[in-house]
Design a protein around this ligand. Structure first.
Ligand code: ADP
Length: 202
């Protein structure tokens, strides 16, 4: 079990995925909140069973998987349904995250949470690592990666925590405005710090 958990976050296009991939190459176990959120509603899971019971079988697609688009449409216009869903999913996500943390075998593990600041889960990790770039870089890299237009990326950025809000809760900051080798140097340095912090816990 990894006793020491480093939460990693950053805005869209900041380089979270690139950073967590670099830690994974150093044999650090990564727990990805987006993957956990999907794991709790896989076919035959209790989570999906409860959703079908509440909204009916039309909430499934033809492969018996959750039709996320249909679910999004329901909760977009129904505040009570949204609250019901959050009350169902949040404890399941917490439980599954804990299970994966306990199952992690590296000296410390990384919990990658896009909304670490927004949903308050930065309070539940031992250390907060923020990947930071100027907004213009965020925009340019996201547009290039997703082949998306500026309006879409700007609207996603506007819905996320601001750069200042993220930096306020950061214990460590990776400045990803440079090239990928500058990024790797920072990851390697932090890796050694985290090994030290985890070892100090005993
Ligand atoms: P996030 O997961 O935070 O949305 P990504 O890790 O996917 O961000 O990075 C966004 C895009 O920018 C990707 O295409 C990635 O390859 C690229 N990228 C990340 N870091 C750098 C860097 N230092 N220099 C140039 N491109 C980068």
């Amino acid at each position: 079990m990894s006793k020491y958990v480093v939460g990693v976050s950053g805005g869209i296009g900041s380089g979270k995925t690139t950073v967590t991939n670099a830690f994974a190459k150093l044999n650090v176990d990564i727990i990805d909140a987006d993957v956990v959120a999907r794991d709790v509603v896989t076919p035959r899971s209790g989570g999906l069973g409860a959703i079908v019971e509440k909204f009916g079988p039309d909430i499934l697609d033809k492969d018996a998987c959750l039709n996320r688009r249909a679910l999004r449409q329901i909760i977009f216009s129904d505040e009570q349904a949204k609250e019901w869903l959050n009350n169902l999913l949040h404890p399941l996500i917490r439980q599954e995250t804990l299970r994966q943390t306990i199952a992690a075998t590296s000296e410390y593990c990384i919990l990658s949470v896009p909304l670490l600041i927004e949903n308050g889960s930065y309070k539940n990790v031992d250390r907060v690592l923020i990947v930071d770039v100027p907004e213009e870089t965020q925009l340019a890299r996201s547009m290039a990666r997703d082949n998306a237009d500026e309006t879409l990326i700007r609207s996603i950025m506007a819905a996320q925590a601001s750069r200042e809000q993220r930096l306020e809760v950061a214990d460590d900051v990776i400045d990803n405005s440079g090239n990928e080798s500058a990024l790797m140097e920072q990851v390697t340095h932090l890796h050694h710090c985290y090994l030290g912090y985890a070892a100090a816990l005993g």
